[in-house]
Design a protein around this ligand. Structure first.
Ligand code: NOJ
Ligand code: CA
Length: 691
């Protein structure tokens, strides 16, 4: 009888012990305005966690929060709750320009204030905002006695996913920055990836993890620790530290968009809502625009940026582009390669770029006067090849130089390998990542400086977009993914047909992209590029102006390729500033149809694209005004069109439609369709056929 008694005692002692040890768990819930999404903040024995659910089902399982520091104990334990506050916010704000005019910012907020129980206690707050379309949360490290200078070695934020979802991603820490084709796999097969990181759950929900308002911090990538457990992985400084700051400061918002359809991810404005309102005051000088440019010729090898016989940016060529723009009502002309620095290997000689000295065959006085006389704006160009010291030394002069010539939009460029940034004044051989805190600071410095000079920016090889265009509306568009240029020279043959059916659900969730659509000579008849071509039909090139949002949109081809092309009418007509955006069909990697309403007229535009599979998509036009007749100007793939064998076949037609019409959008393999819908005139109502 001895043994059972002993066992009983052990159980009893264990029970009593665990009672006195008082395992504590505090939990505070906060839900979205529609009640569907709930975030729980949890303090378990002094360790902070959060958890996210939707309609009672876990989205993010209990996941850790906190920091590790270089010369101090981690701030992730021994914490007590000193206060919590809930509040609500509901406001509609207006974008000065954008994919939609008015945006509702409606959330419930929970702020928790934590303090250590140690002798020299430090303080940290967490703020959660819960929207109907997802959540955002961030850390605040207030001004305090025992935490002043901060060197973060790890932000311990976890995203422990509740399932092994299908995901679309590109790898982080690669030499070519963000310029990779997206891969698709279960979450359990990823390594370390960039954000936006988009997923589809088995229950048919769509999730995307990203960040908002990335300011003086390093970019977040996501590292997989366990099967489907992800952790924030901050891009480090060259000394291994992740972030260097002084208190007080706040981190960027960690965001999780949650949607019932893939299209709802696109019309979720959560990232913008989590950014600060416009800081620039009067922004009436900021104007979305289309442009052509001396550009594609260099990518095809017909022109060079460098001086010599094939130099593209000559006075004569610039005038030719200005003439074309004036004739076709295209507001802007980009001119690349006009300034000294391109001779030799410009990728290696960033110090040679001079941003105020033109080549001998380019006369800025003549060109800018010619453009002004024709009512065309020149778009300036600053290729830095990631030579930050050289650029920062000249940038004020360079901005003033452009302004002197009436140029207030500048495309910048930072071509370079992933981790090759030499910090200004460095003598130690340090090399910073393109996406670390050093460069986050640099890019912001340029945005702020440009704003001071009233200059709009289009940044190539940027850091990822986190919605700062809301705060700085002069930060208009950026590249930050493989663009059209890959079709001109990429060894892998360019962007495959499904590429642009993935972009809207991944990269474009971050913000606008200067993809540069509109190539008409799809097979490069005029260039010697036997292994390259554009892997779409002509109609798909037109549709991209609607499916890819950008306030600056290029008509990227050589202007001679647009002469006598009826399809160019669509590029002339399509706006770059929108009142409203609707996603009518969405299947990631397969197809997408987007309808947008012009901000300055009653016109609607539809863009529909497919991957390598042909298909027909039915679209109800119920969003049109009732009792009104419209003309649909349809740019469709020809009956025999096929991206591979017959990409140029296009059918342009007109028909009467109204809000009861159902369109049958027929897409060829690798094809697309672009439609302008405008109010019909009286004569058209009589003369045109019904759809
Ligand atoms: C890469 C940019 O994406 C491209 O548009 C530009 O022409 C080259 N860099 C040269 O600046
Ligand atoms: Ca596909």
């Amino acid at each position: 009888m001895k043994r059972p008694l002993k066992l009983f005692t052990i159980i009893l002692l264990f029970f009593l012990f665990s009672q006195c040890r008082q395992s504590t768990e505090e939990r505070i819930n906060i839900s979205s305005p529609d009640g569907k999404i709930t975030v729980a903040f949890i303090l378990n024995n002094g360790v902070p966690y959060y958890q996210v659910s939707r309609s009672g089902k876990d989205i993010i399982k209990t996941s850790k929060l906190g920091f590790a520091f270089k010369d101090a104990a981690p701030l992730d334990r021994n914490l007590i709750l000193v206060g919590d506050q809930e509040s609500s916010f509901d406001e509609t704000w207006t974008q000065p320009w954008g994919e939609v005019k008015d945006i509702r910012n409606n959330y419930n907020e929970l702020r928790v204030r934590l303090k250590e129980t140690t002798d020299n206690p430090r303080k940290m707050n967490l703020v959660f905002r819960v929207y109907d379309d997802g959540i955002g949360f961030r850390y605040e490290l207030p001004e305090q006695e025992h935490l002043k200078s901060v060197q973060i070695t790890d932000e311990e934020t976890e995203f422990n996913l509740a399932g092994d979802h299908k995901a679309w991603w590109i790898k982080a820490y690669q030499w070519n920055r963000y310029e990779y084709l997206f891969q698709s796999s279960p979450v359990s097969e990823i390594d370390t990836v960039h954000t936006p990181f988009t997923m589809e759950t088995k229950d048919g929900l769509f999730l995307s993890i990203h960040e908002a308002a990335l300011t003086d911090y390093s970019s977040m990538t996501l590292a997989r620790k366990n099967k489907t457990d992800l952790e924030c992985d901050l891009v480090p400084w060259s000394d291994g530290t992740k972030v260097k700051r002084e208190t007080p400061f706040v981190t960027p918002w960690r965001t999780i968009q949650i949607a019932e359809t893939a299209g709802d991810l696109i019309t979720s404005y959560l990232i913008l809502n989590l950014n600060e309102p416009n800081k620039l005051g009067d922004v009436s000088w900021i104007k979305p625009a289309k442009y052509v440019g001396i550009w594609w010729g260099m990518h095809l090898g017909i022109y060079t940026w460098a001086s010599g016989e094939k130099h593209g940016a000559t006075t004569a060529n610039a005038k030719r582009y200005i003439d074309f723009a004036a004739k076709h009502g295209i507001p802007g002309v980009l001119i690349e390669g006009w300034n000294v620095g391109w001779d030799g290997d410009w990728l290696k000689n960033s110090d040679l770029f001079n941003f105020t000295t033109p080549y001998d065959d380019f006369n800025m006085d003549t060109v800018s006067a010619y453009a002004a006389a024709k009512g065309v704006k020149i778009i300036g160009h600053h290729e830095t090849s990631a030579g930050i010291a050289n650029y920062e030394r000249q940038v004020d002069d360079a901005f003033r130089y452009y302004l002197r010539y009436g140029i207030n939009t500048i495309k910048t460029g930072y071509v370079g390998h992933g981790q090759n940034i030499i910090p200004v004044g460095d003598t130690t051989g340090a090399r910073e990542w393109h996406h670390g805190q050093y460069m986050v600071r640099h890019y912001r410095k340029i945005v702020e400086k440009a704003a001071k000079y009233k200059i709009m920016l289009d940044v190539h090889e940027p850091i990822k977009d986190t919605g700062i265009r809301r705060t700085y509306p002069n930060m208009m568009t950026r590249e930050g993914a493989r663009g059209q240029e890959y079709n001109a020279w990429s060894k892998d043959g360019g962007n495959p047909p499904d590429y642009t059916t993935i972009l809207p659900f991944t990269r474009l969730l971050a913000g606008p992209m200067d993809f540069t659509p509109g190539i008409f000579d799809l097979t490069f008849k005029k260039a010697n590029r036997p292994n390259n071509r554009v892997n779409t039909t002509l109609a798909k090139q037109l549709a991209l102006y609607v499916t890819i949002y950008s306030p600056l949109q290029m008509a990227a081809d050589l202007i001679e390729n647009y002469e006598n092309q009826p399809a160019f009418q669509f590029i002339e007509d399509v706006p770059v500033d929108w009142q409203d955006t609707k996603v009518l069909h969405a299947k990631i990697g397969d197809y997408i149809t987007v309808a947008r309403k012009d901000r300055n007229s009653d016109d609607w535009y539809i863009g529909s694209i497919t991957d390598e599979q042909g298909r027909t998509l039915e679209t109800k036009l119920s969003f049109l005004d009732a009792n009104r007749k419209y003309v649909a100007e349809i740019y469709a793939d020809g009956a025999d069109a096929d991206w591979k064998t017959n990409p140029l076949s296009i059918d342009i037609s007109k028909a009467l439609v109204d809000n009861t019409t159902t369109l049958r959008i027929k897409l060829a393999p690798g094809g697309g369709q672009a439609i302008r819908i405008r109010p019909a005139t009286k004569e058209e109502i009589i003369s045109l056929p019904r759809y």
